[in-house]
Design a protein around this ligand. Structure first.
Ligand code: NAD
Ligand code: DAU
Length: 351
């Protein structure tokens, strides 16, 4: 079926994997990648699909209401997968405004533009908002996040994502907009910007630099390989029920310090270093303000209703991830120069 699908944030980490999957799997779809190319957006992530006849890139900022409205005036759109966001918790603590503007106002700009174009004729239309498990807050040692868990966001990032989730649902209830939302746990894999724990640690291990662990390293995250998330997004976009929310997670909880020790042993082996060399770089630093203790997703709804399950075991996913970063050192060098270096120095100077 011919369809025009707009994917926002397609030059980022998860977005680039979603673009690749859709461009290759759906040659009949016109895929438009709309991205502002902030520090986190990198078209190098998409060189393998950039010349595909069903792919088009538009550089545009979702905060720019006029530009978004002009695009929707000119271009009929059947489906929207909305991934564009400011995504890093530490940056949201340092500078919250960009998170309010992009994650909240930018989302509302897209909702309004879709509503204006579709004018209540929602046949074959879909607005899919990609969100995070962080909207549910922080767990103690027990329990999981379910789709019905009350929202309790605790950082400017998660509050901005929670706000956008509420607005997306409000547009469904108020205007009938055909929406679907997913809330996913921590992703890892190729092309992740090295401000996030796993790529940052790999980069520092390779370069024999300190690996900063916040607090005691006892915070727990539930890790999912990015291509498994992209597969879930494909499934929900095509088969998810309008108005519904689906949690996506890896059922794969790790304390930060245990994860980093595992990563250190993989790096030592792959770089032919003496065992313990990389672990010697672990450095405990001042904790993140308001650091959520534990996230854990119950993903039974998407498994039972849509048949999705993670395909990769963590050990295998981490090996693939490390291999990718080691064989793409030029990618890493380019994204760790310039703006990122300034950010890195300011973030870790006082820790
Ligand atoms: P990312 O930071 O790697 O990429 C974000 C992309 O959005 C970049 O390409 C950037 O240029 C673009 N962007 C940012 N502001 C924009 C704006 N104003 N206008 C247009 N484009 C803009 O993020 P990611 O990790 O790939 O996350 C993608 C989405 O998935 C986000 O909505 C995030 O909240 C959500 N999510 C991420 C994770 C995770 O572990 N990374 C987990 C669950 C949900
Ligand atoms: O849970 C989903 C979320 O996962 C997404 O919504 C976010 O966009 C994504 O950034 C991620 O958020 P986290 O804050 O969990 O990811 P991050 O990689 O920043 O941190 C993971 C854990 O590691 C967290 O407990 C903080 C800790 N950490 C992080 C960094 C960058 C460190 O100990 N040291 C570090 O240098």
């Amino acid at each position: 079926m011919k369809r025009t699908v707009l994917i926002t944030g397609g030059a980022g980490f998860i977005g680039s994997h979603v673009i690749r999957l859709f461009v290759n799997k759906y040659p009949d779809y016109q895929i438009i990648n709309l991205d502002a190319l902030t520090y986190a957006g990198n078209l190098e992530n998409l060189t393998d699909v950039e010349k595909a006849p069903n792919y088009r890139f538009i550089r545009m900022d979702i905060r720019n209401k006029e530009a978004i409205n002009d695009l929707f005036d000119q271009q009929p759109i059947d489906g929207i997968l909305h991934l564009a966001a400011e995504s890093h918790v530490d940056r949201s603590i340092a500078e919250p405004m960009a998170f309010i503007e992009t994650n909240i106002i930018g989302t509302v700009n897209l909702l309004n533009a879709a509503r204006n174009q579709w004018k209540g004729n929602y046949e074959g239309k879909r607005f899919y908002h990609i969100s995070t498990d962080e909207v549910y807050g922080s767990l103690g040692e027990e329990g999981h996040f379910y789709e019905i868990t009350s929202y309790d966001p605790r950082s400017p990032y998660s509050a901005s994502k929670a706000s956008s989730d509420h607005l997306v649902r409000a547009y469904h209830h108020t205007y009938g907009l055909p929406i679907v939302i997913t809330n996913c746990s921590n992703n890892y894999g190729p092309n992740q910007f090295p401000e996030k724990l796993i790529p940052l640690s790999i980069h520092n291990m390779v370069n024999m630099k300190p690996i900063p662990i916040y607090g005691k390293g006892e915070n727990i995250r539930d890790w999912l390989y990015v291509e498994d998330h992209a597969r879930a997004i494909d499934l929900v976009f095509h088969k998810g029920m309008i108005g519904e929310t689906y949690n996506i997670g890896g059922h794969n909880e790790w304390k930060n310090i245990d994860l980093i020790r595992l990563l250190c042993s993989i790096l030592d082996r792959k770089l032919n270093r003496d065992s313990g060399t990389s672990a010697g770089l672990i450095t405990y630093v001042t904790d993140r303000a308001g650091h959520d203790l534990r996230y854990a997703i119950d993903a039974s709804k998407i498994r039972q209703e849509l048949g999705w399950e993670p395909s990769l075991q963590f050990a295998e996913g981490l090996e693939k991830t490390v291999d990718w970063y080691l064989s793409n050192s030029e990618w890493m060098e380019r994204v760790t120069s310039g703006e990122y270096q300034t950010y890195y120095e300011s973030m870790y100077r006082n820790r």
